[in-house]
Design a binder for this molecule. Structure first.
Ligand SMILES: Nc1ncnc2c1ncn2[C@@H]1O[C@H](COP(=O)(O)OP(=O)(O)OP(=O)(O)O)[C@@H](O)[C@H]1O
Ligand SMILES: [Mg+2]
Length: 255
């Protein structure tokens, strides 16, 4: 939930009266909310509720039919300066990972750094310190020994963890993640969500993620946005989430 301190800070993201039509179907309908630096927000809803469509609007992959998505990057500068984060940087994790299948796990992670490099620097390859950082991130997501395997030879869960490492090596100010732990077993999922939580505590990383697991949303996110048929039916604390979902969706669970 938003604390008093956070309320006094300008939002870094504002979604205003957002409507997105996909063909004849309205996937997101008049959704408005704001996200402040340092918040941890879970987007929940049944399959087809419009979560991915909403995330695509946040990342700029989809243009709003009506309304807008407004980024106010300057507002994150104080905490970014303090923690050495790039105020402009938004890391994105897609629902289906989008790794380059023929490249190794390590190179896929390094792809997260491409924005930082000029074309000719890329031609010469990544320097040793960047490679060491990529290895460290792979280690943090439990992929030691998998660095040199092409992504196509990794399991779904391993690929998902490479995508986590590729996002986090960018040292983003905000992580936008569509189902970042969907392919992971409970223990690994908790480790990855725990890592986001730790980064949120340590560096004020703002997290906006789509989740299906209510327990996980309650444990790792302080705020929840609940979508139902494209509409935002709840925006508030993640406490007592089972009760909220039961009341708002008339349904026991999302998974
Ligand atoms: N390209 C498209 N053309 C037409 N309809 C689409 C398109 N993409 C998505 N939709 C529809 O928009 C609705 C929302 O889809 P979306 O992918 O956002 O759901 P979701 O909440 O992410 O679901 P899931 O939990 O299964 O990932 C669905 O009914 C879907 O069929
Ligand atoms: Mg989706």
């Amino acid at each position: 939930m938003i604390t008093e301190v956070q309320k006094s800070v300008a939002p870094l993201l504002e979604v205003r009266q957002l409507t997105l039509r996909r063909g004849a179907h309205t996937a997101v309908r008049q959704v408005s909310f704001a996200v402040r630096p340092g918040e941890t927000v879970a987007i929940l809803g049944r399959s087809g509720a419009g979560k991915t469509t909403l995330m695509h609007a946040l990342t700029g992959l989809l243009t709003p039919t009506v309304g807008d998505v407004h980024w106010t990057d300057q507002c994150v500068q104080p905490c970014c300066a303090e923690h050495g984060l790039s105020p402009q940087r938004r890391a994105v994790m897609f629902q289906h990972y989008r790794l380059v299948p023929q490249l190794s796990a390590l190179t896929n992670v390094l792809c997260g750094r491409l924005r930082e490099r000029s074309a000719w620097q890329t031609v010469w390859g990544f320097p040793a310190d960047e490679k060491a950082r990529a290895r460290q991130w792979l280690q943090r997501v439990g992929l030691v020994g998998r660095e040199n395997l092409p992504a196509r030879k990794l399991s779904g869960g391993e690929q998902q963890r490479v995508a986590v490492a590729r996002a986090l090596i960018q040292e983003p100010a905000i992580l936008l993640a569509d189902e970042p732990v969907a392919s992971l077993d409970a223990e690994t999922a908790n480790e990855v969500m725990g890592l986001f939580w730790e980064l949120n505590r340590q560096t004020k990383l703002t997290v906006v993620c789509v989740l299906h697991d209510l327990e996980m949303a309650e444990r790792y996110c302080s705020r929840v946005l609940l979508l139902e048929q494209g509409e935002l039916v709840y925006d508030g604390s993640s406490r007592n989430l089972q009760e909220i979902v039961k009341e708002k969706l008339d349904w026991k669970t999302l998974s």
